[in-house]
Design a protein around this ligand. Structure first.
Ligand SMILES: *[C@@H]1O[C@H](CO)[C@@H](O)[C@H](O)[C@H]1NC(C)=O
Ligand SMILES: *[C@@H]1O[C@H](CO)[C@@H](O)[C@H](O)[C@H]1NC(C)=O
Ligand SMILES: *[C@@H]1O[C@H](CO)[C@@H](O)[C@H](O)[C@H]1NC(C)=O
Ligand SMILES: *[C@@H]1O[C@H](CO)[C@@H](O)[C@H](O)[C@H]1NC(C)=O
Length: 351
């Protein structure tokens, strides 16, 4: 009798704790890396203080003061624990999903190599193939695994570094001499389209693709390029917009041509438009921490600003947790019709 009751309670706890989808897989760069770069030889790694100053586990390799947008989306989807990084996920850890993201990584393989090792989107997809094989081995039923992964949420946010750490670093990369901004956006999208199709072929059906934010407004780019008197480097924002403009038709194409696919586009430009001072965020172009002039990352062990919720930027490239809360909140539940197309992640989860 006692044992039956115990099992009933256990079942109830399980039901109550059930997330909206069985698992969540994350592909991306430093905006969502949660420790995959820690074991790499690269300048693009931040497993030291003051990173993680507001994070429950301290410095973990996350490129900010607190949770990333992927961490917060995981919470909004109802997961009790953070999705583990591929680098350290073992055994049953992978059942709720895996985070493959890597700082400095890009759509293009060479992107970010000036900083050292990184896991490009192609390699992230190969790693996902390994996860799928592990899932099949754990679940011992190919049809079950196929159905299981089709119900999961996938977020993909790539392209940032193909501009920051490729096109707009002409001293290291030839792309800006080979392509006009419009041509570069086109070749990136062509490669991205193949990569997203590979993800579909691994069984992904519910995919949210994040656009690139207003890169020309980051303290790093402001310092490097100057602004010509405007608030941001418009040349960079305009180039990135050419990439973003092609994502919406790409999502339409996938939804119309890949059987059973539900892709959606998350418009960061829309989400971050408007005056952040309405949310009490008043420092829009200076980082919260003291940054290294070579990496744009916080200098190790130096105290950051104390009023972190008043800053857009944590270091010279990465947003603060308060910005991540805004972005993930509106990606999950759109506030404006242009935040997510054709639907927000909450809707995607329910399909
Ligand atoms: C600054 O303005 C000039 C003239 O409009 C333009 O050619 C140049 O590309 C601009 N530079 C940046 C960094 O936007
Ligand atoms: C999701 O995908 C299915 C299969 O392609 C499609 O029938 C359905 O209309 C899509 N849902 C939405 C809300 O677009
Ligand atoms: C993203 O949102 C901005 C601001 O609302 C809008 O101007 C732009 O057209 C949107 N981009 C896409 C690709 O939908
Ligand atoms: C770090 O930043 C603080 C606050 O911005 C500043 O007062 C301090 O001088 C900086 N420290 C160093 C070593 O640059």
């Amino acid at each position: 009798m006692v044992s039956v009751l115990f099992r009933l309670l256990e079942l109830q706890t399980l039901v109550l704790a059930e997330p909206q989808v069985p698992c969540y897989f994350i592909f991306g760069d430093s905006l969502v890396d949660n420790g995959n770069n820690n074991a790499l030889t690269t300048l693009a790694k931040v497993n030291f203080p003051p990173y993680g100053i507001d994070f429950v586990n301290g410095p973990t390799g996350r490129f900010g003061n607190g949770r990333t947008t992927a961490d917060i989306l995981g919470e909004l989807l109802g997961f009790d624990n953070f999705i583990p990084p591929f680098a350290t996920a073992r055994g049953q850890d992978i059942l709720r999903g895996v985070n493959y993201a890597s700082g400095a990584a890009g759509i293009r393989a060479e992107t970010g190599q000036q900083l050292g090792g990184r896991i490009s989107l192609d390699i992230q997809l190969l790693n996902h193939g390994i996860t799928i094989s592990r899932l099949v081995a754990l679940q011992r039923n190919l049809a079950f695994t196929k159905d299981y992964v089709s119900k999961c949420i996938y977020t993909v946010g790539m392209g940032n570094n193909d501009y920051l750490y490729n096109y707009y670093l002409p001293q290291y990369y030839p792309t800006s001499r080979l392509f006009t901004p419009d041509q570069f956006a086109a070749v990136l999208i062509q490669q991205y389209s193949k990569q997203l199709k590979t993800l579909y072929n691994y069984g992904a059906r519910k995919v949210a693709v994040f656009g690139i934010g207003q890169q020309g407004c980051t303290p790093a780019e402001l310092a490097m390029y100057g602004t010509n008197g405007s608030a941001c480097v418009e040349m960079i924002n305009d180039a990135v917009q050419l990439f973003n403009n092609r994502l919406k038709p790409l999502v339409d194409y996938f939804n119309n041509n890949l059987y059973g696919a539900n892709f959606t586009y998350i418009n960061i430009t829309s989400i971050t438009a408007g005056d952040p001072s309405s949310a009490g965020i008043t420092f829009v172009n200076t980082p919260c921490c003291n940054v290294s002039t070579t990496t744009g990352q916080c200098i190790e062990n130096q105290a950051p600003c104390s009023n972190r919720n008043k800053y857009v930027f944590w270091d010279a490239y990465h947003p603060t947790e308060i910005m991540n809360l805004i972005v993930s909140g509106r990606a999950f539940r759109a506030l404006s019709p242009s935040d997510a197309y054709p639907y927000d992640i909450r809707t995607l989860a329910q399909l």
